[in-house]
Ligand binder design. Structure first.
Ligand code: ZN
Length: 73
């Protein structure tokens, strides 16, 4: 569907812009350089903060790229 495709494209554009900003600062995008993810709380589940899977806890963009989403590389 055309509407869905447009939403997808906008999301990707926003993601790319954000990625460039974090790349300049050498910070992991998922945890914003902290090395841990935020605790996730919702009506049905609770996940405590844990080591970031994308950078393996280092918080650097370098490691985010190395370990992180392969599809974006
Ligand atoms: Zn991270």
């Amino acid at each position: 569907m055309a509407v869905m495709d447009r939403t997808k494209g906008t999301r990707k554009l926003l993601y790319t812009r954000r990625a460039h900003r974090f790349e300049r600062k050498n910070k992991c995008i998922d945890c914003r350089g902290r090395g841990v993810t935020k605790a996730y709380v919702s009506e049905y589940s609770y996940e405590p903060a844990e080591q970031c899977r994308s950078c393996r806890g280092s918080g650097t963009y370098e490691d985010y790229k190395r370990y992180g989403r392969k599809s974006m590389a």
